[in-house]
Write a protein that binds this ligand. Structure first.
Ligand SMILES: CC(C)(COP(=O)(O)OP(=O)(O)OC[C@H]1O[C@@H](n2cnc3c(N)ncnc32)[C@H](O)[C@@H]1OP(=O)(O)O)[C@@H](O)C(=O)NCCC(=O)NCCS
Length: 136
């Protein structure tokens, strides 16, 4: 796919994330996967990496599926896809600690992450639910 075509798809994916409350600057640059129905982008996943001074590399991601297409496995395809990307990316780091940290606002998604080996933690200070998994 040409860069211009991918940029246009990534913009649509970023718009979908924004419509679902993900307000991150330049999120279109972080789009890793999209699901489409013809020319229409119906789901998108953005993927992020941070590294901390203690040597921990943390991966995280955001997902959104168009409301009209939910409950049909689109979110599952994105979730499993982004977890595969993280698994591959983590093989290219020599850092001793690699973690996935997802801030989750959606109860069914928390359960889906728990089924994939994540531990769910409530962070009372910022009142957020996080799904965490140490992968090394
Ligand atoms: C979260 C979201 C992406 C899920 O998309 P979806 O296409 O409806 O998801 P799927 O139907 O493919 O299901 C994904 C997983 O969640 C589970 N799930 C989804 N909806 C569920 C429900 N209502 N009840 C129980 N489980 C549910 C599925 O069983 C599946 O888990 P599994 O693969 O372990 O079986 C979608 O609801 C969304 O865009 N929400 C708004 C944005 C958001 O909250 N994003 C998450 C922040 S990272």
């Amino acid at each position: 796919m040409s860069d211009a075509k991918w940029q246009s798809i990534a913009r649509k994916g970023a718009d979908l994330l924004r419509k679902n409350g993900i307000f991150l600057d330049n999120v279109e640059r972080k789009i890793a996967l999209v699901e489409a129905d013809g020319a229409k982008v119906i789901g998108a996943a953005a993927f992020y990496t941070s590294s901390f001074r203690n040597g921990t590399v943390t991966y995280s991601f955001d997902l959104a599926v168009d409301e009209r297409y939910r409950g049909k496995g689109v979110g599952r395809a994105l979730l499993d896809g982004v977890l595969r990307i993280i698994d591959q990316a983590s093989r290219f780091t020599t850092e001793p600690h690699v973690r996935v940290d997802v801030n989750v606002v959606n109860a069914p998604l928390l359960e889906a992450l728990r089924r994939r080996g994540f531990v769910i933690k409530h962070l009372p200070g910022i009142n957020e639910w996080h799904a965490l998994k140490d992968i090394r």
